[in-house]
Design a protein around this ligand. Structure first.
Ligand code: Q46
Ligand code: ZN
Length: 311
């Protein structure tokens, strides 16, 4: 197969585009896709400061690299989740990228800074681990962006992630979640602007980008992901994509073009009635503490109970 752009031998085929690319043209293709997503959706303005949520995996490190390549001023923020055998090496990949590129990395550690890890927090708050993890990450990333006065928080959600989340939302007809699924969520009411510049790239492409660009990343999946619903939706979409390449992109872009505006109002309603949490100041609809503060309290309470039982 030849590169669609320069006719040299291709190193990767992207079936969705019915095209092969050589190394140089593939890296340029990734930059173009990110540039186009940023421009089409008005994600980042000239001179704005960006904070990238970094996990140490392929998507967030590819995103960090691509934004730096495109000339943006970008720092990273990494959260240590206290997941045994996974969090420490992930942190090393994030730190390695930061050191190699001379880019600033902020670090927050759930056990050190908040007194719990994903597993113990989830147990204390009667949630599944990914729910406690997602809640913690959203809260901490938002705070880091606001406290650091960044203009925008960028996350590494790629096309496969967004299509899988959309499938889950459609299967449950969860209009409020669908409304929040846009590639840009505007700032306001204690939230930073949040953007997803990788929505035009699949996860095979972000992995290939890292390999071809020489970026070392955490290849292992999070051990807590096993059996989660999101992975099931990804598998289902991959099976469809295998038979009909391009379906995933058509599903997601069709939503943005034809359905997102119809559900947008529901999303605006879900931001109504927000007030600052008395514990941390983050916006919440809860009458007392926000969900994250409750998680922190319950984890602390559980810890106290365990310690008194062991005495
Ligand atoms: S890190 Fe956290 Fe994911 Fe692990 S515990 Fe679940 S949500 S699977 S992106
Ligand atoms: Zn709070």
């Amino acid at each position: 197969m030849k590169c669609k752009v320069c006719r040299q031998p291709a190193v990767i085929e992207v079936r969705r585009h019915n095209a092969g690319f050589c190394q140089g043209c593939f890296l340029a293709h990734c930059r173009n896709q990110v540039e186009r997503a940023i421009k089409d959706h008005g994600m980042i303005g000239p001179g704005e400061r960006v904070l990238v949520a970094v996990s140490g995996g392929k998507d967030s490190l590819a995103l960090w690299d691509l934004l730096l390549q495109l000339g943006y001023e970008v720092d990273g923020v990494y959260i240590g989740l206290g997941i045994q055998g996974y969090s420490d090496p992930s942190a090393e990949f994030a730190r390695g990228f930061s050191a190699e590129h001379g880019a600033k990395l902020l670090e927050v550690d759930l056990p050190d800074d908040f007194g719990f890890d994903v597993r113990s927090g989830a147990a204390a708050d009667h949630r599944v681990p990914c729910s406690a993890c997602g809640l913690s990450k959203r809260h901490i990333f938002d705070r880091a962006a606001l406290e650091g006065s960044y203009d925008v928080l960028a996350t590494g959600h790629n096309l496969d992630d967004e299509a899988a989340v959309l499938l889950g939302n459609v299967l449950r007809w969860d209009l409020a979640y669908m409304a929040r699924q846009r590639p840009v969520l505007p700032a306001g009411d204690g939230f930073p602007r949040k953007v997803k510049p990788l929505v035009r790239l699949g996860e095979r492409e972000t992995a290939a980008y890292c390999v071809l660009q020489g970026i070392e990343y955490q290849v292992e999946e999070c051990p807590m992901a096993t059996g989660n619903r999101h992975l099931g939706y990804k598998d289902a979409l991959n099976a469809i994509e295998e038979r009909s390449p391009g379906t995933k992109a058509a599903f997601y872009s069709g939503f943005l073009d034809r359905a997102a505006a119809l559900v947008a109002e529901v999303g605006e309603q879900s931001r109504e009635g927000l007030h600052p949490c008395p514990g941390c100041g983050a916006p919440t609809t809860a009458t007392e503490l926000c969900a994250f503060c409750r998680l922190v309290d319950r984890a602390a309470e559980q810890k106290r109970r365990r310690l008194s039982l062991n005495r």
